[in-house]
Design a protein around this ligand. Structure first.
Ligand code: NAP
Length: 302
């Protein structure tokens, strides 16, 4: 049996439009209603028939929903929750796709004190934004971490988990604080490093920008892909997951200092040992199907 029959997607960017497309593809009998705060996005969503219906207000979008899934930037979750509060059916489940979970749960619990809230985070994405960027297979074989609050209904949690499985994701349940710590290492810190490296390169005076671009295949290019990610989304992620990110950043700075010392004192063995360990991690990621072993990481070139 399908876990939901009337799904409302609030926020029709990369993730929201992918959810809408995936529901249409894998649960074609489910009715999908969409809403986005940006009228141009609503217009575009209508043009490409993204949903069965696009509502002009958040309230009218959820009026008969059995699942309302908020796909807006993390900093906008509270506001998006408030906008549906008056019209949300009493038995509807509210979920979201935000990249940080503790802050989102707090914001949604405040905005929707009587609602059944089961947050989730599909660990899948690209550096593109907007309703045209989404695709139905985005969540295939990717993890979706479901982070129910301690008092959450088990039945509601299982329904949300089943929803993500139907979209092709592997599902894991986690405590919201632990999720934020894990993602600080695997996602938030790498983005911060990429933003820093690309920023440093663009500030250089002795190496020209055209040289940086021309020789980018030496490693820089892969950082630029991450550093091209949506500025609003990432501003919100760092401010919302401040403690875990600062903690990881501290550890990273210490490790960087150790590397600096190893280079300064010609400790080749230390460098070799570290680079060998990191190679093993890359192999494990490929073995577990979380990236492509093809040349150039299987990325497409236009
Ligand atoms: P996106 O492409 O920028 O789309 C977000 C959409 O939500 C925009 O059209 C935005 O409109 C709209 N919006 C903002 N505030 C709203 C509100 N209060 N009510 C209704 N619509 C609102 O962003 P995204 O990449 O899909 O990210 C959405 C969420 O998914 C974020 O919480 C992010 O942390 C999470 N996530 C992202 C990725 C990824 O790789 N991108 C992966 C996993 C999870 P405006 O542009 O006018 O503000």
């Amino acid at each position: 049996m399908l876990p939901f029959s009337r799904v409302t997607v609030i926020g029709l960017g990369l993730i929201g439009s992918s959810v809408a497309r995936a529901v249409h593809q894998y649960m074609p009998t489910v009715r999908v209603t969409g809403y986005d705060a940006d009228p141009a996005v609503r217009e575009r969503a209508r043009e490409i028939s993204l949903c069965d219906d696009i509502a002009d207000t958040a309230g009218s979008a959820v009026i008969d929903a059995d699942l309302a899934i908020l796909c807006v930037p993390v900093g906008a979750m509270g506001k998006a929750g408030e906008a549906i509060a008056a019209d949300l059916p009493a038995d509807a489940i509210v979920s979201d796709v935000g990249s940080c979970k503790a802050s989102v749960l707090a914001a949604l619990s405040e905005a929707l004190p009587n609602a059944c809230i089961i947050p989730a985070h599909p660990v899948a994405g690209t550096e593109h934004s907007g309703p045209d960027a989404g695709f139905a297979t985005l969540f295939h074989q990717r993890w979706c971490i479901v982070t129910p609050p301690a008092e959450a209904s088990e039945t509601a949690t299982v329904r949300v988990e089943e929803f993500w499985r139907r979209l092709g994701a592997n599902v894991e349940r986690m405590d919201p604080q632990h999720h934020d710590l894990v993602l600080a290492v695997t996602s938030h810190l790498p983005h911060l490093i990429a933003y820093t490296i690309v920023g440093t390169a663009s500030d250089l005076e002795t190496v020209t920008q055209s040289e940086v671009i021309k020789y980018s295949a030496g490693g820089f290019r892969d950082f630029t892909r991450i550093a091209a990610s949506d500025p609003t989304m990432w501003r919100d992620v760092f401010l919302s997951n401040k403690d875990a990110v600062l903690d990881m950043l501290q550890r990273f700075s210490e490790d960087l200092s150790a590397l600096q010392r190893a280079i300064r004192w010609d400790k080749g063995d230390e460098l070799f040992d570290l680079f060998s360990r990191t190679r093993t991690i890359r192999r494990s990621i490929i073995e577990q199907g979380q990236d492509d072993a093809a040349a150039d990481f299987g990325r497409h070139h236009d």
